[in-house]
Design a protein around this ligand. Structure first.
Ligand SMILES: Cc1cc2nc3c(=O)[nH]c(=O)nc-3n(C[C@H](O)[C@H](O)[C@H](O)COP(=O)(O)OP(=O)(O)OC[C@H]3O[C@@H](n4cnc5c(N)ncnc54)[C@H](O)[C@@H]3O)c2cc1C
Length: 306
């Protein structure tokens, strides 16, 4: 299938307004890094998602799922094939303590919707900038809470394009991981069961967490949040700080002077520079403390052709 035929087929599946060729992805990532997607597709129904998955599989077209781009570094050469984003599937329904949120909804919006209904359990998510799908994928969490604590069910599309209802326990959620990548599942929606609470108390917790976040994290610059997972027995930020790496810079990427666990894009960094700085930090921490820092952020896409 040539490029024009591929484009025509995609338009038939999701309609013309939902497929864009050579779409710059910088605006879809929190680091503001990355090249272009060959085909950027934004389905509006579960059926369209299934059809895209089946189509890409049948024609062996590379397929990448992009959530809210808050835990991804996209390389400078961009992403070949189809990049799908579920931002148009973002409905949130609440009935008697049960929240059903589509994968493209922001988890921040889900936690606010829960607050409005005086429901407690999702306060931890009030500052996590990911989508519901990305939050399940990573078992996102903060300040002592994580997705695993409140998730009951998820609807996914399998690699074969079939819809499946799963229980939370089917997803093997643990610290910042799940089996979603191994199974190639695409999360379409999630059901969270919350408890009734007192509006003012829930809001006070959320305000407190927001204050902590804003005072400790360099939210004024593009970043991917914490670059590294917490190594057993240590804190990544402390190891980086004690290695005197705060302020270290490669091109436009800098180890944050406000929070050592963050790498910020302070001046139009390239993905190459950002990734080089990650490797430098890993190397120095290993040299100083013998600890391997495992990345939390995922790196995808192609290098720029030189
Ligand atoms: C300033 C800042 C603060 C942050 N704070 C926290 C924090 O406190 N706690 C925390 O856990 N994380 C935090 N993060 C990281 C990030 O927000 C989470 O990891 C979030 O869950 C990522 O979701 P996303 O939609 O942005 O996913 P993306 O970054 O777009 O994608 C990450 C992975 O999830 C996959 N994915 C996305 N959607 C789906 C789907 N529907 N189905 C299957 N797979 C999918 C993608 O394919 C990709 O492999 C922070 C990030 C930033 C920038």
């Amino acid at each position: 299938m040539n490029k024009d035929q591929l484009y025509d087929q995609l338009k038939m599946i999701v309609s013309k307004k939902n497929v864009i060729k050579d779409k710059p992805l910088k605006e879809y990532t929190y680091t503001r890094l990355g090249g272009e997607a060959d085909y950027f597709v934004t389905p509006e129904s579960y059926e369209q998602v299934q059809r895209i998955v089946k189509f890409s599989r049948e024609h062996q077209i590379p397929f990448t799922l992009l959530g809210n781009g808050s835990n991804l570094i996209i390389k400078d050469g961009g992403i070949r094939g189809i990049v799908m984003n579920l931002g148009k599937l973002k409905d949130i329904q609440i009935e008697e303590g049960r929240v059903t949120a589509q994968a493209g909804a922001r988890i921040i919006d889900v936690s606010r919707a829960a607050l409005d209904q005086h429901l407690t359990g999702l306060e931890f998510a009030c500052g996590i900038p990911g989508s519901v799908g990305g939050a399940l994928f990573m078992n996102a969490g903060a300040y002592g809470g994580e997705v695993e604590d409140v998730l009951t069910y998820a609807t996914v599309v399998t690699q074969e394009g079939e819809l499946k209802q799963l229980k939370a326990s089917d997803l093997d959620l643990s610290y910042r991981t799940s089996n979603i990548p191994d199974n190639g599942y695409i999360v379409l929606d999630a059901v969270f069961d919350l408890r009734s609470g007192v509006y003012e108390e829930i809001k006070a917790v959320m305000d407190d967490l927001t204050f902590k976040r804003e005072s400790k994290q360099p939210l004024e610059y593009p970043s991917c949040g914490s670059v590294f997972k917490r190594p057993p027995g240590y804190f990544a930020g402390k190891l980086i700080q004690d290695s005197n790496l705060q302020g270290a810079q490669i091109g436009g990427a800098q180890v944050s002077t406000k929070h050592a666990g963050f790498i910020v894009n302070i001046d139009g960094a390239t993905a190459d520079e950002y990734i080089a700085l990650i490797h430098y930090v890993q190397h120095k921490v290993k040299e100083n403390f013998g600890v391997d820092l495992e990345r939390e952020v995922r790196i995808i896409g192609e290098d720029l052709e030189k």
